[in-house]
Design a protein around this ligand. Structure first.
Ligand code: ADP
Length: 208
């Protein structure tokens, strides 16, 4: 087990967003968190990825409690990766420059390997506004993977993509998970069920 959450409850002021949620992820598992808008997917993903501290509950990464991780910045930089609906690439930098900026070892050749694996080698010297939405999201995926994260979190990663590009991204996640990277995505797109190993439905702050 790579990640475990026990009894996660979260309130935004007086609003209950998550109600006693339990969750586990195995190494190399591709998990999709699905459900209606406002159900709590994004909150759960933010908590699992250490970006948001839950009101109540415990989280463990490889058996270690998040509260015991002494260097949370290093944990976020090296052990986990993030992708969001918007790509957040820097418009003044090329795809390659954007990716190298995030890398702790930009000259070890791994960036080139990932560019090839994710199918964006040919556009690496282009600027974000010169490529398609699908390519931009692939660039964001490569950037999230440069430091060999064990878990990749993605919040509505295909929210701005058409169904063809979305399915290509799911296909890529599937390949990455088979290579050992745990993938946890939150999405309202039910098509993901054809690709994910595990589907978790979150509605009204509860796992169904
Ligand atoms: P989903 O990702 O499934 O759309 P969210 O986790 O974004 O669901 O939201 C769950 C609930 O928490 C909703 O009722 C939403 O309005 C509320 N919520 C989410 N983020 C905030 C916030 N930053 N402040 C206050 N309420 C929030």
């Amino acid at each position: 087990m790579i990640l475990e959450a026990r009894g996660i409850t979260h309130y935004y002021k007086n609003d209950l967003a998550l109600d006693n949620v339990n969750f586990t992820a195995q190494k190399g598992e591709f998990i999709a968190i699905v459900g209606e808008s406002g159900g709590g997917k994004s909150t759960l993903l933010s908590i699992l990825s250490s970006l948001l501290r839950p009101t109540l509950g415990e989280l463990f990464f490889e058996g270690k409690a998040y509260t015991q991780i002494t260097n949370i910045d290093a944990f976020r930089q090296k052990d986990i990766g993030f992708i969001f609906q918007f790509h957040y690439l820097i418009s003044y930098l090329t795809v390659l420059e954007n990716i190298k900026l995030a890398s702790l070892n930009p000259h070890d050749g791994y960036v080139e390997t990932l560019l090839k694996q994710c199918g964006i080698e040919a556009i690496q010297n282009k600027y974000p506004d010169e490529i398609s939405g699908g390519q931009r999201q692939r660039a964001a995926i490569v950037r999230a993977l440069v430091n060999h994260p064990k878990v990749l979190f993605a919040d509505e990663p295909t929210g701005n993509l058409d169904s063809h590009n979305s399915q290509n991204i799911y296909e890529l996640f599937k390949t990455l998970s088979k290579g050992g990277t745990t993938i946890i995505i939150a999405t309202h797109d039910r098509k993901v069920s054809e690709y994910a190993d595990t589907l978790i439905e979150v509605n009204d702050g509860k796992i169904l």
